[in-house]
Ligand binder design. Structure first.
Ligand code: GLC
Length: 719
């Protein structure tokens, strides 16, 4: 157990320590280094002098080390050889699993199950805290609207309210109360706006209004701060022309002053020295000056701080107070994580025995099952054992389905669809059909696939992106299933068999050509270690799918960006309108192929009788909004019920819909339940220089997706 101290007690201890430290040693706490380049998530960097730097007290933390013997050796150098014997903080990118890999974060967000996400992160923290890790660079809280961006796979989708609830689940899941040996620190990233990079091109620039920043991109960070997140990482991008890592408006004015963040701000990997490429500083000295003035506390990989800041202080160009504040925040974090009580905590030479525990694998199976999204089903699903089924495609046997940022996950741990079928003694035919990535001679595979398809009644095609087509620096301009795989699909569709398409991907793909041609469409994302088990359970009905999309699926690439919570137009696209002067494309619809909040189940749910407890909301008076839902099928199922508002008459134009509530509810066959939401004045607030309420009327919708139409009207009256 960590010794739980009050912030006051920590402050006294830190002050006592700092009173004995030299300026050089204080600046040393502001530097994060790799040890052996094993954390390479950016340009190469020479760390060959790292042991001497540690012994000289010039390193505060280490990134990306998993070898517990090396961790022990580095820590021993710090606490035995340096003057102040300050322990190192060990950080890693464990964002959807350590050895057990959970579904990619975008997939987990589709579960809309906060308690399961939190429980999953408890498992992740358990494995990480037995693998030498003190803090993880997670959760990633970037709002996303452009599926060309490779990092949508790490995100929680396009909605600020849902992303905020998920942020809370991650932080509480990792950190608990920071008093247990299984708790690890967490780091919200990437602050801020990174998902709005121009063209979906990773590392490109970002421009947005203050309204967009506060209304869409900040809420998940606000929720993470409210839940005591221990660190926030700056993003690579410029924000309205100034790199975030040196952006005083964003870091000092917004993050520290308006959002009240008191803990450590860390740069992203070399994002400090990349300021030279942004051309807003002309030297490493200038960079160090700009970043410390913006209150960046900890520099990842870049050495502008440890090589330049001391001279600025001695030349009185910056106050030593800035160094003291940064060092205080780093040392306070180390006290909070218990490193001074036990510098060797979380280091287990026999760490592998804590990995892959059966009960923890069960949690990842449930998470994978609830992350699966059923997008089409003409009744063909679930399959039964009597049918003659052919499983075709490169993803039937593929085990590389953990996605980017796979921690210490090993492909050998992963269960493929094929392995899960064999384990259950199912009878089925199989053909690879083609490779994931284009390879010569795919034609020879094609004939094999067609032969077994002709002898089968149902074809299950498992196709998709390679897992390395998403992730950092993996944006795509053509977000479709790779062409040679589509050729296989097109040939098999000619056979007039029932086809179920399973799509593996780290992003929404363009599926418009297949939506009406397949009998079933299952979105499998990258589900991690238990992928095949979860998918076979869903395909054969042991598990009823319940996932709902948290990112809109574009009708075509030309539609990007497309998201549900857009602002209304002065010339709305009213269905069946003959007015040619309206919001539209002349060649495609303006609606996405699949909207935010959409997903099917094997159950069928009927929504009726939306009701209000009162028709007026005041600051003192919340209301209840309820709906009756009946499972009109004979299959037990989970339904994600969603509540949206539409504001009328506000000082600024507000989105056509805003998610303000959701509940995941279980229904027995033919069961009716009344689902009740509480709506308060705070739910009606919007950003107009600050979060405000204004009197006006609101439509309140409750339904199965953002396309819902049943509403009631309420008034907000200031009281
Ligand atoms: C990477 C990523 C960031 C990660 C960091 C450390 O470039 O942008 O998400 O946490 O570097 O690996």
């Amino acid at each position: 157990m960590n010794k739980k101290r009050t912030e006051k007690e920590i402050s006294v201890l830190v002050q006592e320590l700092m009173n004995k430290m030299t300026l050089t040693e204080k600046i040393g706490q502001m530097f994060q280094s790799s040890y052996d380049g094993s954390a390479k998530t950016g340009p190469d960097f020479d760390n060959s002098d790292i042991l001497k730097l540690i012994r000289d007290g010039k390193v505060g933390s280490i990134i990306g080390q998993y070898d517990n013997e090396i961790i022990y050796k580095l820590q021993e150098n710090a606490v035995s050889c340096s003057t102040m014997k300050i322990p190192l903080l060990f950080c890693n990118d464990i964002i959807h699993g350590c050895r057990i890999i959970f579904p990619i974060n975008l997939a987990m967000s589709c579960s809309w199950n906060m308690s399961l996400i939190k429980k999953s992160m408890r498992v992740v923290a358990y494995e990480a805290s037995h693998s030498g890790v003190h803090l993880t660079f997670s959760p990633m809280l970037d709002l996303v609207r452009d599926p060309r961006w490779g990092r949508v796979m790490e995100s929680n989708g396009e909605d600020p309210y849902l992303s905020s609830q998920i942020a809370k689940a991650y932080v509480k899941g990792y950190q608990g109360n920071l008093d247990s040996d299984n708790d690890i620190g967490s780091c919200a990233k990437h602050f801020v706006g990174y998902g709005a990079c121009v063209g979906g091109r990773d590392y490109d620039s970002v421009d947005m209004s203050e309204m967009s920043l506060f209304q869409y991109y900040l809420p998940p960070f606000i929720e993470a701060i409210k839940n005591n997140v221990q660190m926030i990482m700056t993003s690579f991008n410029t924000f309205n022309g100034i790199p975030v890592t040196m952006n005083r408006y964003l870091l000092k004015e917004v993050l520290r002053k308006r959002l009240g963040f008191k803990n450590v701000i860390i740069s992203d990997y070399t994002s400090s020295i990349e300021i030279l490429n942004h051309k807003t500083a002309n030297s490493l000295e200038d960079i160090s000056y700009q970043c410390i003035k913006a209150t960046l506390d900890h520099e990842m990989i870049g050495r502008s701080y440890i090589e330049n800041i001391e001279k600025f202080v001695k030349l009185n160009k910056i106050s030593e107070d800035l160094i003291n504040e940064a060092c205080t925040r780093v040392l306070s974090l180390k006290y909070r994580l218990g490193l001074f009580d036990n510098p060797y905590k979380n280091i287990y030479i026999d760490f592998k025995k804590y990995w892959l525990k059966p009960n923890n694998l069960k949690v990842s199976l449930k998470m994978a099952e609830e992350s699966i999204c059923l997008l089409e089903n003409d009744g063909i699903l679930p399959l039964n054992k009597k049918q003659k089924v052919a499983f075709i495609g490169p993803f039937v046997k593929e085990k590389r389905v953990i996605g980017a940022w796979g921690g210490k996950g090993e492909t050998e741990d992963t269960v493929s669809i094929y392995e899960a079928l064999v384990k259950r003694n199912y009878q089925f035919a199989y053909s690879e059909g083609c490779k994931i990535n284009q390879s010569d001679g795919d034609e020879k595979y094609l004939s094999g696939a067609i032969n077994i398809a002709n002898e089968s009644d149902v074809l299950v095609l498992a196709l998709g992106e390679d897992q390395w087509m998403t992730g950092e620096s993996h944006s795509r301009s053509d977000i479709t299933i790779p062409l040679h795989q589509r050729k296989l699909l097109d040939e098999l569709l000619k056979l007039n068999k029932k086809v179920i398409l399973i799509v593996f991907s780290g992003r929404p793909l363009i599926l418009t050509d297949y939506k009406d041609k397949v009998s079933g469409l299952i979105y499998a994302w990258f589900l991690g270690t238990m992928s095949g088990e979860a998918l076979v359970n869903v395909i054969f009905g042991k598990t009823n799918p319940s996932g709902k999309l948290t990112m809109s699926f574009p009708y075509s690439i030309g539609q990007i960006p497309v998201y549900y919570n857009r602002l209304p137009s002065g010339r709305p696209n009213i269905p069946n309108s003959t007015n040619e002067y309206r919001l539209r494309y002349i060649d495609i619809p303006i609606e996405p192929l699949y909207p935010f909040g959409y997903g099917l189940s094997y159950s069928k749910f009927k929504y009726e009788k939306i009701q209000l407890s009162q028709t007026t909301i005041t600051n003192k008076q919340s209301i209840n909004v309820s709906i009756e839902i009946t499972n009109i099928s004979n299959i037990l199922g989970l339904e994600i019920v969603q509540l949206y508002i539409e504001a009328n008459n506000f000082s600024v134009s507000r989105p056509v819909k805003e998610l303000k509530g959701f509940k995941k509810v279980s229904f027995k066959p033919n069961e009716t339940k009344k689902v009740i939401f509480k709506l308060s004045y705070k739910d009606l607030q919007y950003y107009n220089n600050k979060f405000v309420n204004e009197e006006g009327t609101y439509k309140v919708f409750i339904g199965p997706s953002s396309n819902c139409i049943d509403f009631v009207e309420v008034k907000y009256i200031k009281s």
